[in-house]
Design a binder for this molecule. Sequence first.
Ligand code: HEM
Length: 423
Amino acid sequence: MACPLSDGIAEALDQENDQFTEGPGMLYGEYLRLDKILTAQRLLSAEFNKEVHDEHLFIVTHQAYELWFKQIIYELDSVRALFNSEPNGYDSLNGTSNNHTAVQKNRVPQILNESRTLEILKRLNRIVLILKLLVDQVTILETMTPLDFMAFREYLCPASGFQSLQFRLLENKLGVKQEHRVKYNQSYTRVFGRDPKAIEAIKRSEEEPSLSCLVQRWLARTPGLEPHDFDFWGKYKRSVEKLLVEQEQHARKCTKEQVRNYHLANVHSRKAIFETIFNESLHNALVSRGERKFAYAALQGAVMITLYRDEPRFSQPHQILTALMDIDSLITKWRYNHVLMVQRMIGSQQLGTGGSSGYQYLKSTLSDRYKVFLDLFNLSTFLIPRHMIPPLTKQMKTKLSVACNGWNPDDNQNNSECTLDDT
Ligand code: HEM
């Protein structure tokens, strides 16, 4: 397709004169630094005089991944800054990615200006689309056969995706915690030991509030949670209790003993599960075991937004929660596609070039421990039928009818914020 500039106006301009604009006068290749990008494919097999055609694809695929990782981190940093932004102060919308000063350790949590939720949503959805691309991209590399890969694999050692700094930063910035990682992957110094800048970047990414932490702070301030006012949690608990009593009565009416016992067992297990969200100590015990990730008040906020998502003020927050789940889910799908590709290329018994057990190590990263927004997935466990959802008071209905400039701090005195230590 011809560049619109080459038609009409551009032709009229003096071709000798390259001062078309008042800008720096760069050409396409210069602007995109293509001299650097397009000369960065060094085939090791060619250097060893045994050129393997598919090594080119292998390199380009990895480079494309790293570029997209960079874009995701750029978006993620800006989203974290927006979540952490002051009500009327710092605006990172036009800020630079490497200087997201609003995302700093020990900052007092700020109120999220709701006018920014749309921007947050837009950027989270962009991350989702990029991740979808990354999940699918694996199939292109799978056109390389294991025999072709074998022909140059030995030259790669000890290089491995395991040393992808951006991938680790991405995980940390989302909120993957060191203690939840598989043992093999708990020491960065071993991997990045020779690169103090990388170690520094990783440490910083662990210390700054992650997206998960910021989202939790925001959820904990959901209007309606305050016990002295609407008291959503108290009302919800009573609805659940009523529901369970009804279900038990219904179960007891079953004439067939086997069916009755089945339904009663089901109700009892539901009771036990609900107990884990109504009893804060039980919830915290699950958090310390890594089976739940969210702080108590954040979980309450998420349940409330999910149940009242049709109210205008909760519509965007609900979409944000969905996008966060999409992100977690797509990263898990990427891990899964990658692990399948690894099995196809090197089988399940060979060590990785990065020194891990290869397929076995990667398979172990597919567990829930790497899901940052695990609790959002499990919210479905705590849904109740529409007719049992506590009705909104007139005041609450008004409060949720329009978005305003931020969750008002008076909306919720229950200021239980997740600190860096308690998420
Ligand atoms: C033929 C294709 C590939 C093979 C055989 C392969 C193999 C492996 C193996 C065995 C590991 C475990 C660490 C180790 O080396 O001991 C690993 C980790 C990793 N690879 Fe790949 N890989 C391939 C393609 C890719 C691509 C295209 C990317 C994109 C960036 C990638 C990114 C990663 C990352 C980020 C890790 C660390 C995962 C984690 O620790 O959770 N790999 N890879």
